[in-house]
Write a protein that binds this ligand. Structure first.
Ligand code: 3HC
Length: 319
């Protein structure tokens, strides 16, 4: 079929809610934007292990340590799962990781903030994983088959992440005055960066229009952000904590909470690499990459040797 017929056939599948699979024809731009989004999603999962990993040895009890260990391990699995989804589009995992290390590919801005105390582990689970779930449930309906299916499994684990975070906040908000203050301070520091996770306003989003046409996105950045705010405010109320936004109020006419404008200068400053922890995060990932080089080399050498052996065996059998 000619290119324009292929495009028309592709769009007809999208419009008919037929999932696009790895072997299907797809526009180069569709492939490119999916590799961009899926790989950045994977980078976010892997870098997201760092702020929480910092507290595994400092957890206040064995139970909290076990839960945090399980969560951080899940995030590693999500990252590997998503790199595999990107590989179904022809991307090379090593190249994707290099793009992140040399700043050519992004990861979520939220992971460039420091975890100062145990309450932050609660706030991350409650707010960061809560925001991630809001976005990822929408992605379970994305048009690319492997990505949609990866999201179904990842969302199941994310809901455990969000609940364990909220339980930490509940314990602290019902604890001593000092613990309640820690929980409030943590909410103050993580609230706005969590709203920024959903990306720029719809009018500033460079990818959304095409993402909607190709049903990569089903809801806009602002719709998901609003959904997250509406769901989270009552939860903060149950904790007896105050969301750090004086303009926050329920707008009965809209049926949503109104909230203050977001500080987009802070967002883009962090995305551009000037957040509190950007350098530390990339340095940690670079060290992990360097320390793991021998494992990759050994695995490649073993695979080559095995391939040689199989070729030899086939030649002997053929002779
Ligand atoms: N941090 C860093 N960059 C961001 C960002 C954020 N929070 N939000 C948007 N951007 C970037 C985009 O990547 C894009 O830059 P690029 O062209 O270089 O990729 C630019 O800002 C414009 O934004 P758009 O809204 O136009 O971009 P998208 O259409 O890709 O929408 C998105 C942004 C909503 C984040 C979308 O990419 C998406 O849904 N990604 C998948 C979900 C994801 O990556 N979540 C990150 C968190 S994962 C997580 O939290 C793990 C959990 O276990 C804790």
């Amino acid at each position: 079929m000619k290119e324009q017929n292929l495009e028309a056939h592709f769009q007809a599948k999208i419009d008919a809610e037929i999932k696009i699979e790895p072997k299907d024809w797809m526009p180069d731009e569709y492939r490119k934007t999916l590799i961009r989004q899926i790989s950045q999603h994977a980078h976010s999962e892997i870098v997201g292990m760092l702020p929480e990993g910092n507290w595994i040895t400092r957890a206040p009890s064995l139970r909290r340590k076990l839960i945090l260990l399980a969560k951080v391990q899940d995030e590693a699995g999500h990252g590997l799962y998503l790199y595999s989804a990107a590989e179904t589009l022809g991307a090379d995992r090593g190249d994707l990781v290099l793009q992140m290390l040399n700043g050519k590919a992004k990861y979520s801005s939220i992971f460039n903030y420091p975890t100062l105390n145990w309450a932050d582990i609660g706030a991350i689970g409650w707010l960061v994983d809560g925001a991630a779930i809001t976005n990822q449930v929408m992605l379970t309906r994305t048009s690319y088959g492997p990505y949609a299916r990866a999201m179904v499994r990842i969302c199941k684990e994310e809901s455990f992440h969000q609940r364990q975070g909220y339980e930490i906040m509940l314990a602290m908000s019902r604890g001593s005055e000092e613990q309640k203050q820690m929980a409030q301070d943590s909410l103050n520091r993580w609230w706005w960066p969590s709203l920024m996770m959903f990306g720029p306003h719809d009018g500033e989003s460079s990818h959304s229009e095409q993402a909607f046409k190709w049903k990569i996105k089903r809801k806009s950045n602002d719709e998901l952000r609003q959904q997250f705010v509406d769901a989270t405010i009552p939860q903060a109320g149950l904790l007896g904590l105050t969301v750090p936004d004086p303009a926050l109020r329920w707008n009965a006419e809209r049926g949503h909470y109104d909230f203050s404008p977001i500080n987009w200068d802070e967002f883009w400053n962090v995305v551009k690499g000037n957040g509190p922890c950007n350098r530390e995060r990339i340095a940690a990932r670079q060290k992990a990459c360097d320390d793991g080089a021998w494992v990759r080399e050994a695995a490649l050498a073993y695979a080559e040797k095995k391939e040689q052996k199989q070729i030899g065996a086939r030649q002997t059998a053929a002779a």
